[in-house]
Design a protein around this ligand. Structure first.
Ligand code: BES
Ligand code: MN
Ligand code: ZN
Length: 496
């Protein structure tokens, strides 16, 4: 889809999409629309209530050309994510019949005073509506148009901010669709090397540094926990180091660590088979880090952003790490592996320790599809947030509100720490006690941050993939990218 910003529709525009929230001046908006289409306003008022995702189509002729107006409801007080999803849903459902020349109009007083956030969300949604999950389908024939033009129509006075917003929406949508592909890809198409190649390509395209450690280097460096998880896998691990530096002075260094388990069988503590196929998405944390680095580079943020991804499969083999085995770690602590299915915390332990030692970031954040316990606690409505820094939590919460990507804080009290005591090693990876599993997992990670004063752990097990109208099965959400970018923009605004 090709976008342009105008303040008046060109004659070739075949259909106008008019997003409308349910608010008090709905009447004014509908009157203006009715006037343009030359249709009776009372009927429209009766038939269209602007409920979320409600679509009402008006047909009219203008200079002998047949035209449409799509009134698109956004519901009451829509957040940006609601606006995005309304547009995404609209395009997704009617791809096959949508005219090639579209207009997205904000000229009917149908947007907030500053329409920029809506422009961004709408453009983003329009593009994601065209996202095709059928990566490996052989029959690619598509109904309807494949090329779309879209005029984004705003008042002259908003031209500059809306142009920027439009570009931002496009940038996010492109990065997100790539991340979707990665998370939706099955494990036989997505090895640790594939994640590494993605990073390398992105780094080349957007001008940031990417270094990939191979198995030999991982051994040499002493990332023992990553090696231990990888033992049962036919495919070697990778440790991906991404580093974006701004041209000028970096206001802060942000360290991001993402869990990159390309498939989690559970290892010898093997998982039941019913939902095991979803474990292809056990690299959702890694995907968020990849996407955030790419976006930070695209947006040229004045921050130093480091992304680290320990990547491996967790598989079953005669030489797999066995329950009870004692392994080493990058930090030097020894770990008794009670359950080989608690593998995420092992590889993150190495990632976190490496981040602290080599980059001393001002803020350290890790994202991981870490525990089923987190899903049992918060459902698929919020990710778990763990942090030793109240100020950081406050800022992340603000970003959650703005982006609609929700997190909820859970405690890190030391009472939970005793669950990690081992008889034979410095600590164990699982207590055997299934209660409060998300918290004990976070306590485990805390052992590897070397008392870093501003650390946040996001357990996104319930968020990385989700049921939606866009796919038959759970599919990628790209959770975390918008949240982290918003958080970083906030940091910049506050420092500037
Ligand atoms: N990748 C899983 C967590 C998970 C479960 C993510 C369901 C998404 C959906 C993780 O590696 C895991 O297996 N965690 C175990 C830990 C337990 C053995 C201590 C869990 O949560 O059951
Ligand atoms: Mn596991
Ligand atoms: Zn896992």
């Amino acid at each position: 889809m090709h976008f342009s910003l105008l303040h008046q529709a060109t004659p070739s525009t075949e259909a106008l999409i008019v997003p409308i929230a349910q608010k008090t001046d709905l009447d004014t908006i509908l009157s203006l629309v009715a006037e343009q289409a030359g249709v009776p306003v009372d009927l429209i008022k009766n038939d269209f209530k602007a409920a979320a995702k409600e679509v009402h189509t008006l047909y009219f002729t203008e200079k002998n050309q047949s035209k449409r107006i799509f009134l698109l409801g956004l519901g009451e007080a829509p957040r940006t994510l609601d606006v995005l999803n309304a547009l995404r849903s609209f395009v997704f459902k009617r791809k096959a019949s949508l005219p090639a020349n579209l207009g997205l109009s904000f000229l009917f007083k149908n947007a907030p005073e500053n329409p920029a956030p809506w422009v961004e969300a709408c453009v983003n949604g329009l593009l994601l509506g065209l996202y095709d999950i059928g990566l490996y389908k052989t029959d690619k024939k598509q109904e309807g148009n494949t090329e779309f033009r879209c005029e984004v129509l705003v008042d002259k006075s908003h031209k500059a901010s809306a142009t920027e917003a439009m570009q931002l929406g496009e940038a996010f949508a492109h990065t997100h669709s790539q991340i979707f592909d990665l998370v939706n890809a099955p494990a036989n198409k997505k090895t640790p090397q594939v994640l590494a190649d993605w990073a390398i390509n992105s780094g080349k395209q957007y001008g940031y540094k990417v270094e990939v450690f191979d198995e030999k280097k991982i051994q040499e460096l002493g990332l023992h926990a990553l090696i231990a998880v990888n033992r049962g896998s036919e495919r070697p691990p990778t440790f991906i180091v991404m580093e974006y530096k701004p041209k000028g002075k970096a206001l802060r260094t942000i360290g991001l660590v993402g869990k990159g388990v390309t498939f989690d069988t559970g290892g010898l503590s093997i998982k039941p088979s019913t939902n095991m196929h979803f474990m292809k998405s056990d690299m959702g944390g890694a995907a968020a880090v990849l996407g955030t680095l790419e976006m930070a580079a695209k947006l040229k943020l004045p921050l130093h952003v480091v992304g680290l991804i320990p990547a491996t499969e967790n598989s079953v083999d005669a030489i797999s790490t066995k329950p009870g085995d004692v392994i080493g770690s990058y930090l030097g602590k020894t770990i008794e592996v009670i359950d080989t299915d608690a593998e995420g915390r092992l590889i993150l332990a190495d990632g976190l320790a490496y981040a602290v030692k080599h980059y001393k970031p001002d803020v350290l954040v890790d994202l991981a599809t870490l525990t089923g316990s987190c899903i049992r606690t918060l459902g698929t409505y919020a990710g778990g947030l763990f942090s030793n820094n109240d100020e950081l939590v406050g800022k992340l919460y603000a970003s959650c509100d703005r982006t609609g990507e929700r997190l909820w804080r859970l405690p890190l009290w030391d009472d939970y720490k005793k669950e990690l005591k081992s008889d034979v090693a410095d600590l164990k990876n699982f207590s055997g006690n299934p209660s409060a599993g998300a918290i004990t997992a976070a306590k485990f990670l805390e052992e590897f941050i070397e008392k870093h004063p501003a650390w946040a752990h996001m357990d996104i097990a319930g968020m990385a993939v989700a049921d939606s109208e866009f796919a038959l099965q759970k599919s990628a959400t790209g959770f975390g990218v918008r949240l982290l970018i918003d958080y970083m923009k906030g940091l910049i605004a506050e420092t500037a």
